[in-house]
Design a binder for this molecule. Structure first.
Ligand SMILES: Nc1ncnc2c1ncn2[C@@H]1O[C@H](COP(=O)(O)OP(=O)(O)O)[C@@H](O)[C@H]1O
Ligand SMILES: [Mg+2]
Length: 228
């Protein structure tokens, strides 16, 4: 059997109970191969973020299955006994709309923290973080604090942080939404290039169809269902 980076079967997420119940994601079944670039589009409130967070072990699924890099992680809820934090740290890289950088650490330190969580410290961590920041054209600002970075720079640091551990799966939720078109395109191009170098699968939620040029596939989602 082919080893997929992401496999889901009938993935479903219901928020709330009784009269406040909302089925945010309904029976999402999909496979993403290593190195594949997949976009997720759909109107606001259609379940895009829920799809990403249930795949990404942030949000526990109500039912259905999730397999990440060959490891079953959810089967009608998270599989008991797994160290979800560790799996998240080792296999997944997240990029959010708001960069979520640690404000009191410099750009390079933000990347080094992510390496340190996986046991990579000291000179090796600094070297790897520097290489990554160089590739993202951030060598000039690597010692700046997040408040001293432009939006495009901050998002590129967030990419460096998400990719530092060469995750099998990269999940990005509207990563270019806060950027102008030129910066957004630049960020998306760099993200694609680095993910391809690592043979990572990427799933990107986006509002902006201009950003999905060169993607292998697009899923369209409406009212929690994949419609295309
Ligand atoms: N934590 C939550 N609790 C209750 N309802 C939620 C929660 N998160 C999202 N929802 C609801 O689930 C639906 C899908 O939301 P979301 O996945 O954020 O959509 P999108 O990212 O496409 O805008 C919406 O109706 C939203 O109101
Ligand atoms: Mg969303």
């Amino acid at each position: 059997m082919l080893d997929y980076a992401i496999q889901t079967k009938n993935l479903t997420k219901v928020y709330g109970k009784g009269h406040t119940e909302v089925t945010a994601l309904s029976d999402a079944t999909l496979n993403v191969s290593p190195g594949e670039l997949v976009a997720v589009i759909g109107p606001s409130g259609s379940g895009k973020t829920t799809m990403l967070t249930t795949i990404g072990l942030i949000n526990e699924p109500t039912s259905g299955n999730v397999v990440i890099d060959g490891m079953a992680v959810a089967n009608d809820g998270w599989i008991p006994g797994l160290d979800m934090k560790r799996i998240r740290r080792e296999k997944l890289g997240f990029i959010f709309q708001a960069y979520n950088l640690i404000p009191f650490l410099s750009a390079i330190e933000n990347v080094m923290v992510s390496l340190s969580l996986n046991g990579i410290n000291g000179k090796i961590a600094r070297k790897r973080a520097t290489e990554l920041l160089d590739k993202l054209m951030l060598e000039r600002v690597k010692d700046n604090y997040p408040s001293e970075l432009s939006g495009g720079e901050a998002q590129r640091v967030a990419i460096a942080r998400a990719l530092a551990n060469r995750p099998k799966v990269i999940l990005a939720d509207e990563p270019t939404a806060a950027l102008d078109t030129a910066n957004g395109k630049n960020v998306m191009d760099l993200l694609k290039k680095l993910a391809m170098e690592n043979n990572s699968a990427i799933m990107v939620v986006t509002h902006d169809s201009r950003m999905i040029e060169g993607f292998d596939r697009t899923y369209e989602i409406h009212d929690g269902r994949i419609v295309k």
